[in-house]
Design a protein around this ligand. Sequence first.
Ligand SMILES: [Zn+2]
Length: 75
Amino acid sequence: MYVELNLGDIVQMRKQHPCGSFEWEIVRLGTDIGMVCRGCQRRVLLPRGTFNKRLKKIVKKADAGSGSSALNREH
Ligand SMILES: [Zn+2]
């Protein structure tokens, strides 16, 4: 199933990160998905297929109107 993602979306993964957080912010979209842990700010890249398997749900869609995210970079 295709998951529609946007930069700045907050997602919940099935497995807890060692820091205790389940939530990640999407910072890069492409063949690999880049995301930053909301607990420890660690940045990781996952192939899209792996990401889709680990994804539990999208917690919060990025608010396209606000532009408030400091992580909302183009590159
Ligand atoms: Zn973490």
